[in-house]
Design a protein around this ligand. Sequence first.
Ligand code: SF4
Length: 451
Amino acid sequence: MTMDMELLQRYDAPVPRYTSYPTAPHFHAGIDAEVYRDWLAEIPAGERMSLYLHVPFCTRMCWYCGCHTKVVRQYQPVGDYAAVLDREIALTAGAVPKGREVSHVHWGGGTPTMLSPDDFSALMSALRERFDFAEDAEVAVEIDPRTLTREKAAAMAGAGVTRASLGVQDFNDIVQQAINRVQPFEMSAEVIDWLRGAGIEAINFDLMYGLPHQTVELVLHSVDLAVKLAPDRLALFGYAHVPWMKKHQQMIDESTLPGAAERLHQAEAAAGRLAEHGYRRIGLDHFARAEDSLTRALDEGRLRRNFQGYTDDQATALLGFGASAIGSLAQGYVQNAVPFGAYADAIKSGRLAVTRGVEVDADDRLRRAVIERLMCDLSVDLSAVGADLGAPPDGFAGELSALAPMARDGLVELDGSRVRITETGQPLMRTVCAVFDRYLGTGKGRHSRAV
Ligand code: SF4
């Protein structure tokens, strides 16, 4: 059963993407570098850690961009930034007790491939020198094909990169011009050859729907072309038009943006086409081959959601490096200073650069677990999660009442304490999760619409 327009209009409210709970608009300045240092010292022995490194530079601004990044024309600021990252790696590693293994590294941005091969390799060496790496650690890098070279691909492979995630979005020239990101299919194909030739076998693609001038046909054409390059995983993100937060999005002519119904058709058509090509749907917006580790994690109830989207990484501590990078620890979330200058000044003076965050309490942990299971499994047993986290058995009576109209409309099924999002309700999964968000509507943050 597919969703009709009346239902979509009724439920398509602005809601968070739930890559964390509480979400980033609720971070505050009460969590600073000193708090972060204490939290790092308390990472329990035997815990696995995940590292995220943010490179906030690009050669050119894509008009749809929602990331913390800055356009630079010369290498010097990037090289200077690499030196600060190196210092931050040393400072952070010094605050973490020995014996905690790194299981996952993720380079994001911005554009990590702005780093020179030498700087990238040196930073990977610094990470390996300062932290203990698990033998099976995954090292993933987000790639802008326009800035990759054969030499960089070889350097990344030599530094132990195991997964490359390519930003593609759409292969149509008119769409690419409207988003200021011209990147022909042949360029992506060549980059894939370089990466695979260098030994980086695991390939992800990012595609988007809801971009200017996109139609169902164009989205399907991009899906078909992407599949020709045989990625292991694809992410299909809906363009979030938030020009009040991201000023460069004002460069997009709003009259060329597809409306809500068209966006839904694009998303559903692309999901259907990916299924025909043999990709399983994972959560909100990811797709993976049956044999992929993400699909196995889904089948085994081990799928997780974090700031990078969906992951099979089970690490309980995520340490962020770089301007604006977010980390997650058992005690709560932390975020580094967003302006490059403030971030660099802190690190150069020997301080960690965290300037805000939020501590999580027992109620946050419970709601976070419920939201994560819904975002990953589309199903949650509220009593079971509550029992795991020591909550009263009838703790979600109000939320179950709030879900009753959605159950009547076929978006969810309620069976005792179990909530299951139906196929019809899948595009509105964030709206279902929002029922469990006690901060929503407290006045902080504006979000994109659910579909
Ligand atoms: S390459 Fe990525 S981070 Fe850079 S402007 Fe484009 S979308 Fe934003």
